[in-house]
Design a protein around this ligand. Structure first.
Ligand code: NAI
Length: 349
């Protein structure tokens, strides 16, 4: 038997963390279930080249926790989980075997975890997962590419931030510095341009940045310059950890609202944004449109129901902004508290 499935104690309040390996399939992963208090843990499977198993573990823990909070604040009957698959194979890796192995480990978890596509994985990979388990979402021709839905949610987050900061949703004449012109960034740029905002964009892919420049009249800057742009809003739609000791003093914006997961490198960076008077729209609220869109597939929702729920990101954020002011804490901490309260309530129902 080439498979191993080892439960480890990771601390950090996670319900279950397992190290999985199938040597024949060249598969190694960490599957982290942060919480199933509100329902089965959902979260994508990320395929990435990690420097070590520890680095993969850290990513899985952070991302699964984020999924729990995201679902709790979106009011969805799901908990948070994440699978990170260590990419060691290169071009010769057999994806069918890799994702069938993933499916077998998901199956072992007996429905406590529902996997899906994420960075480095695709709907086609999920079809291979489906050969071994039913606990998989993000399949071809089901709820479709989540990016436009995610972008719509981020757009609503920008509007809510504008309302809180400047007293009106209207983005006409506002400038947004957008980092990352990929799947979500492109659609967000479109929504912002349609709303009359001016755009300054950057992407490590000159082609992607150029496309947004051409189609939406955006000014394109070098990737390293995006943090220095004088704008009303900074919208990170590329990587995590972009708000950190190095970038914070450079930001010349009044709002940070974007799609990237784990935008704050550390929790204290949320406090520092608040101390500098920059309104931060917590990332896992902004980007919950993707998972809400997935409810069409997972819960059989009508498209209109998902659309409506995504619009509500606006109201959720306004409530968080007000609570943070009342509590005298950063918006990031206030959102965490609200999510934790919902989880605690679920535990006592
Ligand atoms: P993507 O991979 O399509 O786009 C990311 C873009 O960022 C790429 O064009 C890439 O070239 C660019 N990029 C990478 N490093 C950069 C840098 N240093 N400076 C400037 N640009 C850089 O990814 P996608 O799907 O658009 O997601 C964007 C972010 O939103 C990710 O953090 C993702 O985890 C998060 N997210 C995405 C969801 C979705 O529905 N696609 C749902 C929830 C979160």
């Amino acid at each position: 038997m080439s498979e191993t499935f080892e439960e480890i104690s990771a601390g950090d309040g996670h319900e279950l963390v397992v190290l999985c390996a199938d040597t024949e399939a060249g598969y190694r992963s960490v599957i982290a279930l942060h919480s199933t208090a509100l329902g089965p843990a959902i979260g994508g499977a990320r395929l990435w080249r990690y420097d070590s198993t520890d680095a993969a573990l850290t990513d899985a823990l952070r991302l699964s926790r984020g999924m729990t909070y995201k679902c709790a604040l979106a009011g969805l009957p799901f908990g948070g989980g994440k699978a990170v698959i260590l990419d060691g194979g290169g071009a010769t890796q057999d994806r069918v075997q890799l994702f069938r192995a993933h499916g077998r480990f998901v199956e072992r978890l007996g429905g406590r975890y529902i996997t899906a596509e994420d960075v480095g994985t695709s709907p086609a990979d999920m079809e291979h997962v489906l050969m071994e388990t039913e606990h998989v979402g993000g399949l071809i021709d089901r709820s479709g590419d989540p990016s436009p839905a995610t972008a719509r949610g981020v757009f609503r987050a920008v509007q809510a931030s504008a309302r809180h900061r400047w007293g009106a949703d209207d983005l006409k004449g506002r400038t947004v510095a957008l980092q990352g012109c990929g799947h979500v960034g492109y659609h967000l740029a479109r929504e912002l341009a349609e709303a009359g905002a001016s755009l300054v964009v950057a992407d490590v892919s000159a082609e992607r940045a150029g496309r947004v420049g051409t189609e939406f009249g955006a000014r394109v800057v070098e990737p390293r310059e995006i943090f220095d742009v004088e704008a009303d809003v900074f919208a990170p739609c590329a990587l995590g950890g972009v708000v950190n000791d190095e970038t914070l003093p450079r930001l010349r914006v009044q709002v940070v609202a974007g799609a990237a997961n784990n935008q704050l490198l550390e929790a204290r960076h949320g406090d520092e944004l608040a101390a500098r008077g920059i309104l931060y729209a917590p990332d896992y609220v902004c980007n919950s449109g993707g998972v809400i869109n997935g409810c069409r597939e997972l819960l059989g929702w009508e498209p209109e129901r998902s659309r409506q729920k995504i619009e509500e990101i606006y109201d959720t954020l306004l409530a968080i902004f007000r609570r943070a002011e009342g509590e005298g804490v950063s918006t990031a901490r206030s959102a965490d508290r609200l999510a934790e309260r919902r989880l605690a309530q679920a535990g006592t129902e």
